[in-house]
Design a protein around this ligand. Structure first.
Ligand code: SF4
Length: 309
């Protein structure tokens, strides 16, 4: 089976399929994709495009979210074993336990969580809009999971008490980036500005010129007029930035998400050829998760594509 970029594009066309790839995907997968972005951006994009089949190049919670936001379409996850370890750190039982302990606190979950967890949440946020949403909630105490570093960042920005759920949830890729590595990269590229993801540890965030989601980092690099940037996030974003003409260097060569890299052009071609990897989400879970996502988007002034007439 031919598995180059052009061969995959041809297979997508023949099957009326659209390929959505996360910013952390392999360069060649990004090159074959119809859209490259962060997970919510891609799921919303999927709801707008007229394609029967959606192929999601990312990890489990992303494909699951594309499926629950696009009922009636076939969503293929080409590599079902690609699972986000951080999403697995927050289980429905843990959510229920904290809800019982803090009955008045709204429960906000990061989009990097499983559908069953989103179904139990009041709000679902991205790293781009977490602080904005938490700031406008009518409560000074908020439960937030699964990433404790993003919870800490939201607390810093909003001044609220943001309780991390679970206590030690984290992205194993972002926590390997150290302040020392960042300083070494700065010495090597003295003219470069630093963009950091809020999943990074506090010392790295504080040393950055800009903190934001992957999509915000891309926008910010363009708005800052290009030039050189050191990026404190998964190394896949380097390719995305270079595609838009931005010279970018990794803060740490160790920030590689092996789960994201499991998806290859071959696994995409095989999934398209065989129909392997269809994502199924229990309809009751999907309906509750959709409600939490819609509530969050509406609170942020965004009309969800599935609510537009
Ligand atoms: S980079 Fe981190 S949060 Fe993203 S999929 Fe990999 S482990 Fe999960």
């Amino acid at each position: 089976m031919a598995t180059g970029v052009q061969a995959v594009r041809e297979m997508l066309r023949e099957r009326g399929a659209v390929l959505l790839a996360h910013n952390y995907q392999r360069p060649e997968v990004q090159d074959a994709a119809d859209f490259v972005g962060d997970s919510l951006e891609l799921s919303l994009k999927a709801a707008e495009v007229d394609a029967r089949v959606i192929v999601f190049a990312g990890v489990d919670f992303m494909a699951e979210q594309a499926a629950l936001l696009n009922p009636g379409r076939v969503v293929l996850h080409p590599e079902p074993s690609a699972r986000c370890p951080m999403a697995s750190m927050l289980t429905p039982d843990v959510v229920r336990w904290y809800r019982g302990r803090y009955p008045k606190a709204p429960f906000v979950v990061y989009v990097n969580s499983l559908a069953e967890v989103k179904a139990l949440a009041d709000y679902v946020v991205t790293s781009a809009n977490a602080a904005k949403l938490v700031a406008q909630l009518d409560s000074d105490v908020v439960l937030f999971g699964p990433d404790r570093h993003l919870a800490e960042y939201v607390a810093e920005v909003t001044g609220k008490e943001v309780i991390p759920v679970p206590e030690s949830g984290h992205c194993p890729v972002h926590v390997v980036i150290t302040r020392e590595e960042l300083e070494a990269a700065r010495r090597e590229h003295p003219r470069a500005r630093v963009l950091a993801h809020p999943e990074c540890v506090r010392e790295v965030r504080r040393a950055a010129d800009f903190v934001g989601s992957t999509s915000q980092m891309v926008r910010s690099a363009i708005e800052l007029g290009g030039g050189e940037f050191i990026v404190a996030t998964e190394v896949g974003l380097i390719h995305r930035l270079r595609r838009v003409g931005v010279e970018a260097y990794p803060a740490s060569g160790y920030a590689v998400c092996v789960e994201m890299k499991k998806v290859t052009l071959r696994s995409i071609a095989e999934s398209l050829a065989s129909g392997r990897g269809v994502v199924r989400v229990d309809e009751r879970v999907a309906a509750r998760a959709r409600e939490a996502i819609s509530r969050s988007l509406e609170a942020l002034g965004v009309v969800p594509p599935w609510s537009r007439s």
